[in-house]
Design a protein around this ligand. Structure first.
Ligand SMILES: [Cu+2]
Length: 161
């Protein structure tokens, strides 16, 4: 009798574990990332590929723009992968607006000054208030941490009319 109860309980536990594993893949990745970062002291930085280059292809430095601004990201020597996906020599774009480079050993902040493109986007269109703005791109790894050495663009200044 007791033996049967034990088997039944074991089956329930196994079914629960299976259900947890078959959750949607995005959640599974998030869980994997969470447990990964919890087991490593400090967040892992990924090495960048030698010679990798990041540039803002448009607008140009000094451009004067009216209306929404389309910013085109140019990455050479590395690939783009969505956030949460750990593939060697890849990362996703971050646009730094009117701010400096963040702390290199931490995930890039997510606020009005630091925009994440975790879906793997390679351009964006945004409204910026009238006036002068600085823009810079910074690549981050699957955990949003800058690569080592960091892959960043030059800072450009644009004026929105
Ligand atoms: Cu990010």
């Amino acid at each position: 009798m007791n033996y049967r109860v034990t088997i039944a309980a074991a089956l329930v536990v196994a079914a629960g574990a299976l259900a947890a594993c078959s959750n949607n893949p995005i959640e599974a990745v998030k869980e994997a990332v969470k447990s990964d970062s919890a087991s490593v002291p400090g967040l892992p930085r990924s090495s960048s590929a030698e010679g990798a280059r990041l540039a803002i292809l448009s607008p140009g430095d000094g451009d004067v723009i009216s209306g929404p601004v389309t910013i085109v990201f140019g990455l050479e020597g590395m690939g783009v992968a969505p956030a949460g996906i750990d593939i060697e020599n890849t990362g996703h774009h971050h646009l730094i607006i009117n701010a400096g480079m963040p702390e290199m050993s931490l995930p890039i902040p997510a606020d009005d000054n630091y925009k994440h493109f975790g879906g793997g986007q390679t351009e964006t269109t945004m409204e910026l208030p009238a006036g002068e703005h600085t823009l810079q791109l910074l690549l981050g790894n699957y955990l949003h941490v800058p690569h080592d050495p960091p892959v960043a663009s030059e800072v450009i200044t644009i004026t929105v009319k």
